[in-house]
Design a binder for this molecule. Structure first.
Ligand code: CO
Ligand code: CO
Ligand code: CO
Length: 327
């Protein structure tokens, strides 16, 4: 959609439309750059408080994916009064909890009547202009860290189909409400080459966005992928979100499957995520230091899931890192 907008040279614009990055960045003065993003969607869970929390964590994630700090937020709401004011209040309060946790402040919003509810936030933040994370910059010899487990698309689709309850997928809900702040701050301390967050395009799509057209490939190790409980069970009985097919037809041609047991990983890698983790790219020799920092900050399901090698912008899916050493 953004391709329809003619590119523009603007002084101080550090990240604009052309890079497919998570948020826009404008250098204001000295050490100060502005980061802006917006995200909204229909509910993926029944509990309105959880939905509000997830929407806020998801929207602010694009600020964290740029190495920024959210400062102010605006609520965007489409809502039908027939759902009741109590539901509306819960959504708003859920978001407010996360905005405060992030140290940001809600400064306004806009609402319209709509039979299908939708909620999200526009977020403004700041970042040091020379410490902006972008999605490009992976080099051969770098490794890839993922900071949240996968499977939220499959599990919330199972929830919609009444195959599981919110209690069954409590871990997924907890993960979606988690801010990516800790991961972003740890990455700022360590120094990284590239960063993005995993959302609607799935792990495969966001990973390809980091390397497409570049002279690197990524070897993605399926054995190392962190996966939410029940994801495989639900995928195996055919619970597939609509977005998965779109992702597969779009990104599938840039992927090479060297994993014999790939069926579940097809589902997992193309699974659209809500409020997913950060993908952090950095030299292998610094990776253990970052992993330690992430663990100290309480992130439990983080993993090194792949490595960058010279190539042509492809994702090579393989069982584990040993497979290409012949050991
Ligand atoms: Co993003
Ligand atoms: Co976004
Ligand atoms: Co970025």
């Amino acid at each position: 959609m953004l391709e329809a907008i003619p590119g523009e040279q603007v002084e101080g614009l550090l990240v604009g439309l052309d890079s497919g990055d998570d948020a826009g960045v404008l250098h204001l003065s000295g050490d100060l750059a502005l980061v802006q993003t917006v995200d909204f969607f229909p509910p993926m869970v029944d509990n309105p408080r959880s939905f509000g929390r997830i929407a806020a964590a998801n929207a602010m994630s694009d600020i964290y994916a740029m190495g920024g700090k959210p400062l102010t937020t605006l609520n965007l709401l489409a809502f039908s009064c027939s759902l009741g004011m109590e539901v509306l209040k819960e959504i708003i309060l859920g978001a407010e909890e996360k905005v405060r946790e992030a140290g940001a402040v809600t400064v306004g919003g806009h609402s319209i009547e709509d039979d299908e509810p939708k909620f999200g936030l526009a977020v403004t933040g700041v970042v040091h202009p020379s410490r902006v994370f972008t999605n490009r910059g992976a080099k051969p010899g770098d490794v890839l860290i993922l900071t949240k487990p996968l499977g939220t698309g499959i599990l919330t689709t199972a929830l919609k189909g009444n195959l599981v309850t919110e209690k069954d997928i409590a871990k997924a809900i907890e993960i979606m409400t988690e801010l990516n702040r800790e991961a972003s701050e740890a990455a700022l301390e360590t120094g990284i080459h590239a960063c993005t967050d995993v959302t609607g395009f799935g792990l495969a799509g966001h990973l390809l966005g980091m390397i497409e057209g570049d002279s690197v490939d990524v070897e993605l190790w399926t054995d190392n992928l962190p996966v939410l409980p029940l994801t495989q069970e639900m995928a195996e009985i055919g619970t597939v979100p609509g977005g998965q097919y779109r992702n597969e037809s779009h990104f599938g041609p840039s992927m090479i499957w060297e994993d014999g047991n790939a069926t579940f990983f097809h589902d997992l890698l193309f699974d659209p995520q809500t409020s997913g983790g950060l993908l952090l790219v950095l030299p292998e020799k610094r990776a253990s230091r970052l992993m330690e920092k992430l663990q100290k900050r309480g992130l439990s399901q983080i993993a090194i899931i792949g490595r960058f090698v010279e190539g042509s912008g492809l994702v090579k899916v393989m069982p584990n890192k040993e497979s290409d050493h012949g050991s």
